[in-house]
Design a protein around this ligand. Sequence first.
Ligand code: WQD
Length: 353
Amino acid sequence: MKPLILVTGGLGYIGSHTVIELAQSGYEPLIIDNLSNSSLRVLDRLETIADRPFTFEKIDLNDHAAMKHLFQRYPNIRGVIHFAASKAVGESIEKPLLYYRNNVSALVNLLELVETNSVPGIIFSSSCTVYGQPNILPVTESMPFGKASSPYGRSKQIGEQILMDASSTSAFTCIALRYFNPIGAHESGLIGELPNGVPSNLVPFITQTAAGLRDKLRVFGNDYNTPDGTAIRDYIHVMDLAAAHVAALNRQLQGKQTSNYEIFNIGTGQGFSVLELIEAFDRVNNRPLPFKIADRRPGDIEKIFADTTKASQVLQWRAKRSLHDMMRTAWQWQENLMNESFTSTTQPQYDNR
Ligand code: WQD
């Protein structure tokens, strides 16, 4: 009997890629999603990739009754991977209460059910934004929280604190994975990032510009204290990130955690600037990318990349895919999106910007 793993937000960008990795690693995913930022079409794609059906239920984590009923109907849930959250930094500044409802109170609701149903553990989707702008690079997990630049970042800091406190007194354990910048798509080209409306993240904006759906990419600032003046991030292929979740789940279910609450940086350990990403995209996909230098974006930090020693030594996990793979698969996904009527509740709106 394959261990049943509840995947909240399992039709989202990172959740969907992790469902494939779970299925291929001997686990049975139980997918829930409220479809606020995804589409049932993703479920069809997952079943095509895996060549098997998946169990899916449309549920909002804030619906206490529905969530309680879910755990009653699936008493043998062996683990939870919690992706479901709102994640747009800019939107969180405009709608802080929405972010605290979706990212904090929903987490508490889930943890109460994990506890009362004696689920052994939870893997939490955290973010490098908890570091703010670090003074020392690369960042290690032992570094304290920085000043979060948005309610989104603060909601991840609060989430980690809740998990630290709850796992210290409850029977369940927790592993928090601090993602750096996930980009790219599954090799099949059938799933990938599906931003609603105008993308705020860099790579979907690059691919939509290259596809002629956006006039020009704006590079937010070239006066940072970096070699080419543009901001540096640690970009990681979404399939490497998916594999990290399986490595963490293996550790948790094999009872190998040395404390009830563990944290791991999930990045490549290498930083690239915005201009380096543009250059990589041009080189890989041989498509010129029109861009212009614009003002810095409020809330952006200058530079961050991960120290990945702990994940490689303790999880025996390392990112394997190159920046070339990231840009190649990102473009392949964009091309497929353009070639197909990707009918979905979140049909990409390509307004003329
Ligand atoms: C990357 C770089 C921008 C768009 C966010 C979240 C983080 C995580 C990843 C969830 C920055 C620059 C961007 C554009 C640009 N999400 N940029 N022009 O802000 O590092 O992180 O996404 O876990 O939590 O905060 O990612 O892709 O928005 O920006 O120049 O049109 O690209 O200034 O330097 P970010 P991003």
